[in-house]
Ligand binder design. Structure first.
Ligand code: GLY
Length: 569
């Protein structure tokens, strides 16, 4: 099995086995001296670290990693998708860039329904109709212009070289591409790139992306206009029109990044900055933390029946609010103040029966969630203490699995994150309401949660995750595993997880997350427990030491990166 995270670290730091407090079977976190980049792909991590070494700041490195992942990790790294960036500057200021996709101007609320009003299976997932207007290039370009210190050419040169000269596929790269091979075969421009003369790629083959290199060169010369105006947008629009999609030149010309204030909340003295609407991530994360704040989770024990009971009830309530109340702030009034009020959290706590599972029928629609491991997160900290958390995505791995000819750009299937029909589940089994119905130029609700944590004004953690609907509970558990259970940052990323999203009314557990007697105790309380995998990859940087309170001089940061994706192959 190929250990990608180990490779992902080698470019940036040293494995400090002796310094780790590890009591579990995780490898020690990797230490960085003057700054750190942590991503799921070694080549992207190396590019980010080179930018830091050459004097670039965290935003320069984040932009370079964003473009590089679009080349070396086409499953989720992208130019054809969108995402979020949470930034905390060394002086304590924070900001948030929303470069998530928007529905085409021609989109309509019922566009994925058949004549009988039923959702057409997979219509929102595969092919050009599933594609929303991409935002990644606009987001990366704005971040660099406003907060970076290097030129576009400097930060994009490594991605261009990797696309042009190619890179050697490892086992996980090849296996990832082969998961989508049947869909690539149906789209000749995708097949020409992501299949090797019609056959699956194998470990050790070189993936060259000549068209993508040309697109990247154009963006390096012209900035976002190189993508949103002129031949690239025209090619995407032409392919969309020829294949039943809705994208128009006006969609590209009108795309604009939103800059907002992050959602913020506190938990046991830690202050969190995370994604505001159109993400549900920050709101749901903070709502769960508000509910959990007074509970002695540490005393109750990691993944004990009691801990899981209270955490699941917090998840249940937060996901009802997430699914029903949150949406694009340009279209709906998000009740953020009400949901994050500490009194609201207290009222929810008062409803939790200490001995009995709650019941989702009593508090608010659902079907089985599909597995979600798409999307990707990366974290950056520079020498000055600037921190950048980026989560961006094509939605499903490889998005809609279509590539407009001559562009090399895989396009997203993020239209499925809309509520295609209120009350009917999307790919993640999320049953969303009217706040997230499709409208022209609207952004679909997201769970992406790039998060920065501070304490007493000092940077503590930079984290986020892939995982669809589970992103929020993965970020919650990674944070709590460090703060409440004293795990190293790598142990926290590795620790087996559980998830509840209101409906279906089940606790999903990762293999080995709970013992047979814990499961029996939960079932006696009235819970249904279902084992499921895979889960999304988390990526976290912890400042100062491998675990809280274990400061190591000479090193700024320690990283934990998930091996779950690579381990599947
Ligand atoms: N596409 C997954 C999310 O934004 O939540």
């Amino acid at each position: 099995m190929h250990l990608r995270p180990l490779a992902a670290f080698l470019a940036l730091g040293v494995l400090l086995g002796l310094l780790a407090s590890a009591g579990a079977a995780s490898p020690p976190p990797v230490a960085g001296e003057d700054g750190m980049v942590a991503s799921v792909h070694a080549l992207a991590t190396r590019v980010g670290n080179d930018i830091l070494r050459r004097g670039g700041n965290a935003v320069d490195a984040a932009v370079a990693v964003g473009y590089t992942l679009a080349v070396v990790y086409p499953a989720a790294g992208n130019l054809g998708g969108g995402g979020f960036m949470t930034i905390r500057f060394a002086d304590g200021r924070t900001t948030f860039l929303d470069f998530r996709e928007k529905a085409p101007l021609a989109a309509t609320a019922g566009m994925f329904l058949d004549r009988a009003g039923n959702v057409m299976p997979k219509a929102g997932l595969l092919g050009y109709r599933a594609v929303a207007v991409p935002g990644s290039v606009a987001g990366l370009d704005l971040a660099l212009r406003k907060y970076g210190s290097m030129s576009r050419r400097q930060v994009m040169a490594p991605a261009i070289a990797l696309a042009e000269k190619g890179f050697k596929l490892d086992e996980a790269d090849a296996a990832g591409l082969n998961e989508a091979a049947a869909d690539f075969r149906k789209d000749p421009p995708s097949a020409a790139i992501f299949l090797n003369h019609g056959r699956p790629y194998r470990r050790g083959d070189i993936l060259v992306q000549t068209d993508l290199a040309k697109v990247l060169r154009r963006i390096a010369r012209q900035g976002a206009d190189g993508f949103y105006r002129g031949p690239i947008a025209e090619r995407i629009v032409a392919a969309s029109r020829a294949n039943g999609g809705l994208l128009s030149k006006a969609d590209f010309a009108q795309y604009a990044v939103r800059e907002m204030r992050p959602i913020t909340c506190s938990y046991k003295g830690y202050v969190l900055y995370s994604a505001p609407p159109p993400s549900s991530g920050g709101v749901a994360l903070c709502e769960m933390l508000n509910i959990l704040d007074p509970y002695p989770l540490k005393d109750w024990g990691f993944n004990s029946a009691k801990t899981i009971h209270y955490m699941v009830e917090a998840m249940r309530h937060a996901y009802v609010d997430r699914n029903d109340d949150i949406g694009d702030p340009d279209f709906i009034e998000n009740p953020v103040g009400r949901l994050l009020d500490k009194g609201y959290a207290a009222a929810i706590r008062a409803h939790i029966d200490p001995d009995k599972a709650g019941n989702s029928r009593d508090i608010g629609p659902g079907t089985p969630p599909h597995e979600g491991s798409e999307t990707t997160h990366y974290s950056v900290v520079d020498k000055a203490g600037n921190a950048v958390a980026v989560t961006y995505s094509l939605n499903n791995f490889f998005g809609a699995r279509v590539t407009p000819a001559g562009t090399g750009i895989l396009l997203n299937d993020t239209m499925d994150d809309f509520s295609e029909k209120p009350g009917v589940p999307n790919i993640f089994g999320l049953v969303q309401g009217k706040a997230d119905v499709i409208a022209p130029h609207k952004t679909p609700l997201s769970s992406m949660s790039p998060t920065v944590v501070t304490k007493d004004g000092k940077l503590v953690m930079v984290l986020g995750s892939a995982g669809g609907a589970r992103i929020i509970t993965i970020v919650l558990q990674t944070f709590l595993d460090v703060v409440d259970y004293g795990m190293t940052v790598q142990e926290a990323v590795d620790a087996p997880r559980f998830h509840h999203q209101w409906k279906p009314d089940k606790i999903f557990v990762e293999p080995f997350a709970i013992s047979a007697d814990t499961r029996a105790a939960l079932e006696r309380m009235g819970y249904t427990v279902t084992q499921q995998s895979p889960w999304g990859d988390a990526v976290a940087i912890l400042l100062g030491g491998p675990a809280l309170g274990k400061t190591v001089s000479g090193y700024c940061c320690f990283a934990g990166v998930d091996d779950r994706r690579a381990a599947r192959y």
